[in-house]
Design a protein. Structure first.
Length: 245
């Protein structure tokens, strides 16, 4: 048995980026802990996202969820002021945030930390910050680090499929073709089709995102409505790059 700590930016990220990996690890008897940088709070009160994360984590077999308490930073060109009493994650001091994460790694005696690739996947500022914080925390603790990512050729194929199905997609396709990681950088490829039903159910638990107006909402709605075997074909693999000491 090992302890795996998965560090993510937002409430829905664990299910989408590494849900199959976490479910597989939990089913194999490993202790799985999720640490989320942002706190699921609106400007003044909690949002449903926090409770949705707890529900999704339970579906995946996660034993503990930890919130670092930063505010979400947004993905547009404007950086909004910090809300009262909290700091947006993109403005957080990397060293301070890394020590917060390191404290969880020490407490859990973690064997493995999951972070994000240098591009933060598709470039969200909070995702890039997760990459920076995870790398620093791994150095502070000596914890083995795998960074969640996708091969760029897979991203391009998925975007083509989304467009062919005429699903609204408000992302810069040219930028996505340069995001994530080249296939040559991938060190770990996990087949998680056996856990597709759990991954899909965990995504569906994020009701506010699936039914919302966010840029990814139309894609999420299609994913949670797909028959499980089809969902497994689309999202039945997950990829990581191991960061060597």
């Amino acid at each position: 048995m090992t302890t795996i700590v998965a560090f993510h930016a937002h409430a829905d990220d664990p299910a989408l980026l590494s849900g199959g990996t976490l479910a597989r690890a939990a089913a194999d008897g490993h202790r799985v802990v999720v640490v989320v940088a942002t706190d699921g709070m609106g400007e003044e009160c909690p949002t449903p996202r926090r409770a949705e994360l707890e529900a999704a984590a339970a579906i995946l077999g996660v034993r503990r969820v930890v919130h670092l308490g930063y505010a979400e930073s947004g993905h547009g060109p404007v950086r909004y002021p910090d809300p009262p009493g909290r700091q947006r994650f993109v403005r957080a001091d990397t060293e301070e945030a890394a020590h917060r994460l390191a404290a969880v790694l020490h407490e859990e005696r973690a064997d493995l930390l999951l972070g994000y690739d240098p591009n933060g996947g598709y470039g969200h500022p909070d995702h890039v910050k997760v990459h920076e914080v995870a790398r620093r925390a791994a150095r502070l603790t000596g914890t083995r680090l795998l960074e969640a990512t996708m091969p760029r050729d897979v991203v391009v194929r998925l975007v083509r499929l989304i467009r062919a199905l005429r699903i609204p997609f408000r992302y810069d396709v040219a930028a996505l073709s340069r995001a994530y990681s080249p296939a040559s950088a991938i060190t770990h490829r996990f087949t998680v089709r056996r856990f597709a039903a759990r991954k899909q159910a965990a995504l569906a638990a994020h009701v506010s995102d699936v039914r919302g107006t966010g840029r990814l909402a139309p894609v999420l709605r299609v994913l949670v409505w797909l028959p499980v075997p089809v969902f497994a074909l689309v999202l039945g693999r997950e990829w990581y790059v191991e960061v060597r000491p």
